[in-house]
Design a protein around this ligand. Sequence first.
Ligand code: FPP
Length: 246
Amino acid sequence: MALFKMKEEKGEAPRILPAHVGIIMDGNGRWAKKRHQPRSAGHRAGAQNFRGITRYCAGLGIQYLTIYAFSTENWARPAEEVGGLMRLFKDYLEEALRDFMDENIRVRFIGDPSAFPPELQALMRRVEEESSVKTGMVLNLAMNYGGRAELVRAARAFAEDVRAGRRGPADMEESLFSDYLYTAGQPDLDLLIRPSGEQRLSNFLLWQCAYAEFVFFDILWPDFTRADMDRALQIYASRQRRFGGV
Ligand code: FPP
């Protein structure tokens, strides 16, 4: 498992950086409710924070950051909220693309884009394409993503390969299975951060989280600061990871 030294200028920050960090951006609705504002205001504040924290992670030298932006279950929200989120994705991706380019971030989308409005799909393709020349942090944006759907998709793709004679059933093993996932070629998750007080995985990166360290904070996502990120990294650095050993 690769562990990386943090850039020296960070002083107080922990020495051991996780290679792959996941964040579930939770609590936007409650943040807005506390302020007597519509849920859309919480999502806007959450999107703003997404930009800041992503830049911060790239500056720290984190190699892979996976952010849960929209799950396969989020379609069940009221149409008005879903529509608002689609508009927000479009506006923010357009703006955030500049950050990604400035910060040498390569963006990948994980999930099924086909359900999104065509203009959003086109923008997603453009963001992936333009940032593909970047060599710094890889940002996986999980949009219309579900962990179970990802596993089913992988199983189907493998079955297709067997049917076509490219693989035999006995070829299947853990490392090969990983190659059929959206995150093929990337390390498993080291650290999962979930703000907002909920302590569950919510169908996020089920395979990749097998040995991840979980850090749950009682902070709503729009209030999650760089100092909170540092705190999560400190907690991670203090954990003893045994990967099933002693
Ligand atoms: C969960 O909070 C948040 C979401 C379902 C949406 C997150 C999306 C963004 C912050 C926009 C990000 C923008 C880009 C371009 C990636 P919640 O609504 O479930 O909060 P609650 O549990 O308090 O109701």
